[in-house]
Design a protein around this ligand. Structure first.
Ligand SMILES: [Zn+2]
Length: 216
């Protein structure tokens, strides 16, 4: 794996694979950084890049996070803008890259990523997307806290970690979509970070990488 932004153009191999992490800047409870999804997507992209011999592009950090907009810190560009950004980015990349893989770390981006890829495939580009997914709680709970304790423990405010709304996401979704996350979870957590650990995060991360690799 090579970091695309650190290279110089004559060193680029001919028609390479490029992985593009797609994340978000949005609240992840009182204990996880705003860039949580971007960090996870970048880490998965780096592992895939190592395995497949590709470059990892700088992350698309701004995503579609409208449901979190009730919290300070959120930087959302919305589905339309994200779709458009990804379409233009891949068209540009395609002039010199053979294949492009978008590695998506935020559920709210799925509409944008999926419709962008459909359009780009129709245009003849070799592009696909893979999710960073693993079974667990929905947002800033045990799953994401464990992942961050594995990937970037210095950014986790362990003492601030508290349970949020622990009801199943399916039950919460209608209210969450209509009124936003803050309405159902005032601290921004959907799940319970209690019991999260770096060891569990390592296992979850490996599962995530494995499932992403299966999608390629
Ligand atoms: Zn997240």
């Amino acid at each position: 794996m090579r970091a695309l932004a650190e290279t110089v153009w004559p060193e680029l191999v001919d028609r390479p694979l490029v992985l593009v992490p797609v994340g978000s800047i949005e609240q992840h409870g009182p204990h996880l950084p705003l860039e949580t999804d971007t960090l996870v997507a970048s880490a998965v992209a780096h592992r895939l890049g190592d395995d497949l011999g590709g470059y990892v592009a700088p992350a698309v950090s701004f995503g579609a996070s409208g449901e979190h907009q009730g919290f300070p810190g959120v930087m959302s560009i919305g589905t339309d803008a994200l779709r458009h950004l990804l379409v233009e980015l891949v068209r540009s990349l395609s002039t010199w890259a053979e294949r492009i893989v978008l590695v998506n770390g935020h559920g709210g981006n799925i509409d944008a990523v999926d419709t962008a890829v459909q359009q780009l495939v129709d245009e003849g580009h070799d592009v696909q997307w893979v999710p960073c997914s693993v079974a667990g709680d929905a947002h800033a709970g045990r799953t994401e806290t464990s992942l961050l304790l594995h990937l970037a423990p210095w950014l986790v405010r362990r003492q601030q970690a508290r349970a949020g709304n622990t009801r199943p996401l399916k039950e919460l979704l209608p209210t969450l979509r209509a009124d936003g996350v803050r309405h159902v979870a005032p601290n921004g957590v959907l799940g319970d970070p209690t019991g999260a650990s770096a060891a569990e995060g390592k296992v979850l991360f490996e599962l995530m990488v494995k499932s992403a690799r299966r999608g390629l």
